[in-house]
Structure formats: structure tokens, C-alpha cells
Design a binder for this molecule. Structure first.
Ligand SMILES: NC(=O)c1ccc[n+]([C@@H]2O[C@H](COP(=O)([O-])OP(=O)(O)OC[C@H]3O[C@@H](n4cnc5c(N)ncnc54)[C@H](OP(=O)(O)O)[C@@H]3O)[C@@H](O)[C@H]2O)c1
Length: 319
């Protein structure tokens, strides 16, 4: 799979990132990203639910063949609410048929299992996606927040193209075992929340009021006023690094990710054209990899306050 150096995370245009912009603005933003060379667009059934896939489908319909769309199944959505996980084969098939309609397409370039379902063997999930690929409805298979053991089992049934998990200067756990396994197996990696849900861009602080009706940060331990204040030294390190190089903290955070491996494709989310331009510009900056690694070493020594997820959400990600 070949894609642009950065993809676009579309979730925040409808879900979990505060006030929802006018639909026309988001459609124009997605199309602007295409014009600027982005070829990977990330959504999921659960974003909304459903409405984010509809938005992405409408925005990309005129340029569908030029881009790749990734979406995800795995949550049990009942009456518009999440009721646990569901990766039973018949449910995956039903979700994919609905996603295809919402995305206004007859194939999904990359289909992820969003969270591993402990009640369904991963081999059955991989087998179902394999069948969907043979039927032409899906092109590639991905996993999200899966353990190395699960990745290996799935990969044995059908090649996994990429794994998508949280990864940023404030969440480096994938380095422990997932990234080495992916390198061994030749699987790509898509860091989600590469700006730590906006924190690494330096615009959030203890005064920030999250729009709780549609912003999951309002309930996450890392975004309490106290944690936002205590974690400031991390942002300060990015500001210091960027100031002499003409980079914003968001750009430094993304440049660090790009410097890790050539097969790592971050998908920062944004609702604003100015932020899109700022984020995409990183791919053309020439920053010595050693300098970025040194920055990573410095930041790794700074204690991080507040868990990234609540206990319930943490249970859904494999260790
Ligand atoms: N697989 C999974 O379980 C999973 C989980 C979460 C997310 N994702 C995917 O990953 C994508 C990105 O994740 P995310 O939204 O959680 O986190 P993120 O990309 O780390 O951060 C997005 C936030 O950063 C802000 N931002 C972006 N660029 C900025 C800039 N240059 N300057 C200042 N602020 C900036 C955005 O606000 P503005 O709108 O104001 O720019 C937005 O609130 C999602 O869209 C989704 O596709 C996947």
C-alpha cells in the first residue's frame, strides 16, 4: 500500500472533538486535502455513529479513484449507542454493506477491526475479512490497538497491511513490542492521535473548556485541568525545539513521528484549513533525524500525568 506521508483523520469533523463545523466546510477541507496530495482518509462506522462515513463518502465521491479510504468495524451499535464490541462474522458483513453505502463506493481500500473482540477468535475475523477481499468489497485488512499475539494470529490467516494504534511523544508503548513485530512482518503502522488529541499543538491548557456533549477529552484523565497544566513541560520542549527551526509544536510532534520509520503514516485530525496546511508542510521539512531522536529522549524523561483512557476504554485495548 502506497500513500502520502501523512493521512487525514476525519473523525473530529463529526465526533469527539467538540463543536461540529458546518458540513460544507468539512467537505471543502477534505477536498482541499486531496488537492494538497493526501491520499489516505480515515473514518469509522462508530464516528457519529455513521455520519462521519457519510461525510467522507460525499466529500470523496468525485475523486474516489485518486484516494484510499479506511474505515473500521467492531463496535456493537444499537439505537445509535455503543453497546460493547461485536466482531461476529455476520455482523462484520452487515456493517461492511452499510459502510459501502455510506461511503458511496463499491470497495473499501482498508478495513480495520477497531477493537479486538474477546468473544470472537481473531482467526474468524481475519477469515471474514479475507472472504470480503475475495468478493471485492474490501482491498486490505487492518487491526487497531491489537497485541502482537493477535497481530500474528490474524496475519497467519490473511496478511495484515497496517496496524493503527495511538502513538505520539506522549504515548510510546507501541515501541515496546508492536513496532518491532510489525517491522519483522512487513506491516505498516498508522499512529492515531499523533498530536495527543491536540495537546502537543500547544493550544490546550488548564483554562480550556471542552464541549462535553461531543468531546471525549472532557472525560479522559489526561485532559483534566490539572493534567493539562502538569504536562506543559512537554509542550515547552516542542516549542523550544521548533522556535529556532521555524516550526510550530504540532509540526515538531509530527516530524518526530515521521522520523521513526518510513512505514509510519500519522493521521492527524483537524477541522481547519490552516491546521491542515501546517500539518502537511511537515513532510517537506528537512530536520535531522538525530536531532528529533534526541528531542524524543529528552521528552521521554519528563513524567506524564493522567492516563490516556478511562478504565473502561483501557480494557478494550489489548496489552
Ligand atoms: N483507531 C482508533 O481507535 C482511533 C482513535 C482515535 C482517533 N483515531 C483516528 O485518528 C485521527 C486523529 O486522532 P485525534 O483527533 O484523536 O487526535 P490528533 O490528530 O492528535 O489531534 C486532533 C486535534 O488536534 C487539533 N489540531 C490538529 N492540528 C493542529 C495544529 N496544527 N495546530 C493546533 N491544533 C491542531 C485539532 O483541532 P482543530 O480541529 O482545531 O485543528 C483536533 O482537536 C482521527 O480523526 C481518527 O481518524 C483512531
Amino acid at each position: 500500500m502506497e500513500v502520502s506521508s501523512l493521512g487525514l483523520g476525519c473523525m473530529g469533523m463529526s465526533y469527539h472533538r467538540g463543536r461540529i463545523p458546518d458540513r460544507k466546510v468539512s467537505i471543502a477541507l477534505i477536498r482541499k486535502a486531496v488537492d494538497e496530495g493526501v491520499t489516505l482518509f480515515d473514518t469509522a462506522e462508530v464516528y457519529g455513529p455513521f455520519v462521519n462515513e457519510e461525510l467522507v463518502g460525499e466529500a470523496l465521491a468525485p475523486m474516489r479513484k485518486r484516494v484510499m479510504v479506511s474505515t473500521k468495524f467492531g463496535f456493537n451499535i444499537q439505537d445509535g449507542k455503543i453497546a460493547g464490541l461485536n466482531s461476529r462474522p455476520e455482523y462484520i458483513r452487515a456493517v461492511v454493506n452499510q459502510s459501502l453505502k455510506r461511503l458511496r463506493t463499491d470497495y473499501i481500500d482498508l478495513l480495520y477491526q477497531h477493537r479486538v473482540d474477546p468473544n470472537v477468535p481473531i482467526e474468524d475475523v481475519a477469515g471474514t475479512v479475507k472472504d470480503l477481499i475475495q468478493e471485492g468489497k474490501v482491498r486490505r485488512f487492518g487491526l487497531s490497538e491489537a497485541s502482537v499475539q493477535t497481530i500474528r494470529k490474524a496475519h497467519a490467516v490473511h496478511p495484515v497491511t497496517v496496524v493503527q494504534s495511538e502513538y505520539s511523544l506522549m504515548w510510546r508503548k507501541p515501541e515496546e513490542s508492536v513496532l518491532p513485530a510489525l517491522e519483522e512482518l512487513g506491516i505498516g503502522f498508522i499512529p492515531y492521535s499523533p498530536l495527543c488529541r491536540g495537546y502537543l499543538a500547544g493550544m490546550l491548557n488548564e483554562q480550556t473548556k471542552f464541549y462535553a456533549a461531543n468531546d471525549n477529552r472532557a472525560g479522559l484523565p489526561r485532559y483534566t485541568p490539572e493534567a493539562l497544566k502538569l504536562n506543559r513541560p512537554i509542550v515547552d520542549a516542542l516549542v523550544d525545539f521548533g522556535i529556532s527551526r521555524g516550526m510550530t509544536p504540532a509540526q515538531v510532534a509530527l516530524a518526530w513521528l515521521l522520523a521513526q520509520k518510513p512505514w509510519i503514516i500519522p493521521i492527524p485530525g483537524t477541522t481547519k484549513a490552516a491546521h491542515l496546511g501546517e500539518n502537511l508542510a511537515v513532510a517537506d521539512l528537512q530536520i535531522a533525524s538525530e536531532e528529533l531522536q534526541e528531542l524524543g529522549n529528552v521528552i521521554a524523561k519528563i513524567p506524564i500525568h493522567g492516563d490516556r483512557y478511562t478504565a473502561e476504554e483501557q480494557r478494550r485495548v489489548e496489552k
